[in-house]
Design a binder for this molecule. Structure first.
Ligand SMILES: [Mn+2]
Length: 319
């Protein structure tokens, strides 16, 4: 044997599977019939200094699930059964949106249009970034729905409350400030902040003045996930925004801003499951994974596993 033995070969996975978990593809959103739709958004509004540095994440996360494509209907201990308990609850993979690194407005329009279409088809959008500018058009798209008010559960090492950075107001350091300006966002809970990010103390104070409830990483470690979950009112419509750097860099080294003291995988899982007990998960994003900085695929594996768990949680909500 001249190759490293591979889990996918052991399980009988198809070597050429290109979708997440080998799920069925949906290339035309107007035909979407599944209750959950994964869609890759490689780029929204990049800063000129770094460009679309997470553009390869959606495909890297798909590849990280390749070994499990033949086993998606096996017992998943993290979901307490099959990931998708019934065939009708299976997610589909809608591929990647096209993008142009030099045309943020077009990228944002494409993301918003896709999210609106997925919602119009009655499905939950799961957006795979891309950097953390991706959620801005996703959140904006939710505002098109008459009368709906949302709670954001942001899980991130950084608070993303800068007014502007490098002349750009819609970049990844401003995501939660932009969300706070949207009339349909009634509550923001931010979990996992730690270390030094791009926010000034005045940005943090602006967030507090707006009404953001923070559970910094150290508080989460000392008090447990209930410290965050207790802030979600029963019956909320919830959007969960997950930045890969929320997880500890030992688990997900593939991020641009590694920060010690991050969440464990099961803290993230318990936040997602706990949110689903408090309210209804309406949309999610998984952003900021950077395969070029990963170590032997370990971060892709961990982040893709978290996405898989989230799919199972949402499938159970829709059962
Ligand atoms: Mn972020």
């Amino acid at each position: 044997m001249n190759q490293k033995a591979d889990l996918g070969a052991l399980f009988g996975a198809a070597a050429d599977t290109l979708t997440f978990l080998g799920l069925e593809e949906c290339r035309d959103l107007t035909e979407l019939a599944a209750p959950i739709a994964l869609i890759g958004a490689p780029c929204a509004t990049p800063y000129r200094s770094v460009g679309a540095y997470c553009r390869n994440a959606p495909d890297a996360l798909r590849r990280a699930t390749a070994a499990f494509t033949a086993n998606v209907d096996r017992h998943d201990f993290d979901n307490g059964g099959k990931v998708f308990p019934e065939p009708r609850l299976r997610a589909v993979d809608c591929g990647n949106l096209p993008y142009d690194e030099k045309d943020g407005a077009a990228n944002r329009a494409a993301i918003a249009a896709a999210v609106k279409m997925i919602r119009a088809r009655g499905a939950v959008p799961i957006v795979l970034g891309g950097d953390d500018s991706i959620p801005i058009p996703m959140l904006e798209a939710l505002g098109a729905e008459e009368g709906a008010r949302y709670t954001i559960l942001q899980i991130d090492a950084h608070i993303d409350w800068r007014e502007v950075h490098m002349d750009e107001r819609l970049g990844l350091s401003s995501t939660m400030r932009r969300a706070s300006e949207m009339p349909h966002i009634e509550r923001i809970i931010q979990v996992g902040a730690r270390g030094i990010g791009s926010a000034a103390t005045s940005d943090y104070e602006d967030a507090l003045a707006w009404g953001v409830k923070f559970v910094p990483a150290h508080d989460l470690h000392r008090q447990g996930v209930e410290a965050a979950l207790d802030l979600i009112p029963e019956g909320s419509r919830i959007v969960i925004c997950i930045d890969a750097d929320a997880l500890d860099p030992a688990l997900v080294p593939g991020v641009i801003g590694r920060a010690p003291g991050g969440l464990t995988y099961y803290q993230l899982v318990d936040l997602i499951k706990g949110a689903a007990r408090r309210g209804r998960i309406e949309a999610m994003d998984f952003v900021e994974f950077m395969p070029e900085r990963d170590v032997d695929g370990i971060g892709a594996l961990t982040f893709a596993r978290a996405i898989t768990t989230a799919l199972g949680v949402i499938a159970r909500q829709r059962a």
